[in-house]
Design a protein around this ligand. Structure first.
Ligand code: C2E
Ligand code: MG
Ligand code: MG
Ligand code: MG
Length: 286
């Protein structure tokens, strides 16, 4: 955007053409169509126990195919879905699909694992949210303890009393709760101890800067120490190298996720990855 001064106190914002708005509108239409025609997909990325290399779960990540078959980043899709009032419908689909898939993997004999789904701030604040999860769990028959939701700090810190109320309800249902992208936003450490949480996920942007910046290692260490003292599991995400995994492991991080193990995969590929990993004795350490 280019701001142009127009007289003394007036500014006018120019976007290149009216492209921004029309692109957003186009995306909104695409999301509606994708929801109607069930053209959405979830990809799954393994989460590994740092101590013994065991596969313990997967994060489900939403994918929406473009007309040309390429995949849209959820980072683009989610905010538009929120603004267009489509986030509930989208979120309900994600929860339903993840729970259904979890049960299907149990049916084919994969060992039980946790499934994490991401919940956006707008979705989390809706009153129907807990009912939606309950519905997805009941429909599928999934053990609630296997379901985890991932929330960002911005979702959690807005309206703290309501947050605590909702999280307490979810916990009572048996659902687990992770704070996503920790260390990348405006963490209010004081609030953390009052929240019923299970996990802290060290933000990918912290982990990915390990090579280039010493401070990001110090931040990771601090998050691990914080997690320890609050009795939370700490997950390192965005792990792309053996060095990074080893650094986090030896510094007390509990779980690992990242391209080093696998990128997020469509369900059939993820299942194949799991069988292969199990066959090899769950060796995350070469
Ligand atoms: P997130 O929850 O923090 O998910 C982790 C992101 O890091 C994913 O991006 C994943 O593909 C990527 N990633 C995983 N390992 C690596 C690695 O080793 N290196 C790098 N560079 N990246 C890695 P993705 O799938 O594009 O998702 C972006 C964000 O969109 C997610 O961040 C999450 O906040 C949001 N999102 C994704 N799916 C959903 C969904 O179903 N609902 C909601 N509300 N948000 C979603
Ligand atoms: Mg996440
Ligand atoms: Mg994250
Ligand atoms: Mg994120």
């Amino acid at each position: 955007y280019e701001a142009k001064k127009n007289g003394r106190n007036t500014f006018r914002l120019y976007s290149p053409g009216m492209d921004g708005d029309s692109r957003r509108l186009q995306l909104e239409i695409q999301i509606k169509e994708a929801l109607q025609s069930k053209r959405l997909a979830l990809h799954y990325q393994p989460i590994i126990d740092m101590e013994n290399g065991k596969l313990i779960g997967a994060e489900a990540l939403m994918r929406m195919p473009d007309e040309d078959g390429s995949l849209r980043s959820p980072a683009d899709v989610i905010p538009v879905a929120e603004a267009a009032g489509l986030i509930n419908q989208l979120g309900a689909w994600v929860a339903g699909e993840a729970c259904r898939q979890h049960q299907q993997w149990l049916d084919v004999g994969l060992p039980s694992m946790g499934i994490s789904i991401n919940v956006s701030p707008g979705q989390f604040r809706q009153h129907v949210f807990t009912e939606q999860l309950q519905h997805a769990l009941q429909e599928s028959g999934m053990d609630p303890h296997c379901l985890q939701i991932e929330l960002t700090e911005s979702a959690v810190l807005d309206n703290l009393p309501q947050t605590i109320d909702t999280l307490t309800k979810l916990r009572a249902m048996g659902v687990r709760i992770a704070l996503d992208d920790f260390g990348t936003g405006y963490s209010s450490l004081g609030c953390l101890s009052s929240l019923p949480l299970d996990q802290l996920k060290i933000g990918q942007s912290v982990v990915s800067r390990f090579d280039s910046s010493e401070p990001s290692k110090a931040i990771a260490d601090a998050i691990i120490a914080l997690g320890r003292s609050l009795n939370l599991k700490v997950v390192g995400e965005g792990i792309e190298s053996e060095e990074t995994r080893e650094y986090l492991r030896s510094h007390g991080c509990d779980q690992a996720q990242g391209y080093f193990f696998s990128e997020p995969l469509p369900a059939p590929e993820f299942e194949a990855w799991c069988w292969n990993y199990l066959e090899q004795g769950q060796r995350a350490y070469h």
